[in-house]
Design a protein around this ligand. Structure first.
Ligand SMILES: [Zn+2]
Length: 334
């Protein structure tokens, strides 16, 4: 997941500071709801925030800002990943569908588990919550309706609209929007060592943790190679089926994001948008060339297909067939 890996140093991101302060005030006055839905685009730091919140709730020696002390037994267990009162429900690693199964939720929310051993708080995280099967969501519903007195449920989701309304309505939603660009830029400059944070942020649609991944030279060159292949397929110089097969190596959601960005840049240049507004400003010449050759109807249609493919990218769709379909359309209908 590209949303800020768990860290042992409990810190709050600059753009989440005021959210943290508000939430901790609520917690201090003992009014923290028993279930929170942390929702917003990928790469804004929801998981980092959830981790600090979980550690803070479990720690008994929070500092003035409510941050966990990092030294008590609870914090040491949390940081070692072995806190008995911290439970994480996520998709099984090898599962093709990447769903969160009903058994996983049942295990987390069984009566024995909810009766905490130490008499303290318990934190249950479901991540990404929209990957729960309907049966899993229904099973969680029982806990949402009758939570243990000291249980805090944290649901994390990039696509909260996919959760059943019954689940959503029993959680308090907290939005994690994209940070203000200047805030993201200065954070990225400090954390990536990359000279051009604007390029990274542009490619990442403004999401700092996605941008941080793009600072990785390997990902940069993977993107450049895929773009080259995309153009060559359009020119009829490379076989769409072979490229579809090679693209299976690339993370599916990332690849579809790239394709959407390329098609958007073609369309933007076709309507005379300035190069400053491009998602891929470093490839302006290439896109200027494509914009002259590509039929905008084809670009719009392919963009629709790419976005539709992205919305089901988590499910059982055959990725090879999906990519072949996109690339064959792209190659044949110019
Ligand atoms: Zn502590």
């Amino acid at each position: 997941m590209t949303d800020g890996a768990a860290t042992s140093v409990p810190t709050i991101l600059p753009w989440q500071q005021s959210l943290w302060e508000r939430l901790w005030q609520v917690r201090r006055s003992d009014r923290l709801p028993h279930a929170l839905l942390l929702r917003g685009p990928l790469g804004t730091g929801k998981r980092l925030f959830a981790g600090v919140l979980a550690q803070a709730v479990l720690c008994g020696k929070n500092d003035d800002q409510g941050l966990p002390c990092g030294r008590c037994q609870s914090c040491r267990l949390f940081e070692a990943g072995s806190h008995p009162e911290y439970l994480l429900g996520e998709p099984e690693e090898d599962a093709k569908t990447r769903e969160i199964k009903v058994d996983t939720i049942r295990e987390l929310t069984s009566r024995e588990v909810l009766t905490t051993q130490t008499g303290g708080r318990k934190v249950i995280v479901v991540d990404p919550a929209h990957r729960m099967t309907l049966a899993a969501a229904n099973s969680l519903l029982k806990t949402l309706e009758e939570p243990g007195a000291k249980t805090l449920l944290l649901l994390i989701s990039e696509e909260a609209y996919r959760l059943p309304a019954t689940v959503r309505s029993r959680c308090q939603s907290i939005d994690f929007p994209l940070p203000p660009p200047e805030c993201a830029r200065s954070w990225l400059r400090q954390n990536s060592g990359f000279a051009d944070p604007d390029l990274l942020l542009g490619l990442a649609g403004g999401a700092p943790f996605v941008a941080l991944q793009y600072a990785d030279p390997e990902i940069q060159s993977a993107r450049n190679l895929a773009l080259e292949e995309f153009v060559r397929v359009f020119q009829g110089e490379q076989d769409p089926v072979a490229i579809a097969e090679r693209w299976l190596e690339i993370d599916r959601v990332r690849l579809l994001d790239w394709m959407a960005g390329w098609l958007l840049d073609v369309l933007r240049l076709q309507i005379g948008s300035s190069s400053q507004n491009l998602i891929n400003p470093d490839q302006e010449n290439l896109f200027q060339g494509l914009a002259k050759q590509v039929d905008s109807k084809l670009a719009y249609r392919l963009l629709d297909q790419v976005l539709a493919a992205k919305s089901v990218a988590d499910s059982t769709v055959n990725p090879q067939l999906m990519l072949e379909g996109l690339l064959i359309d792209w190659a044949e209908e110019r």
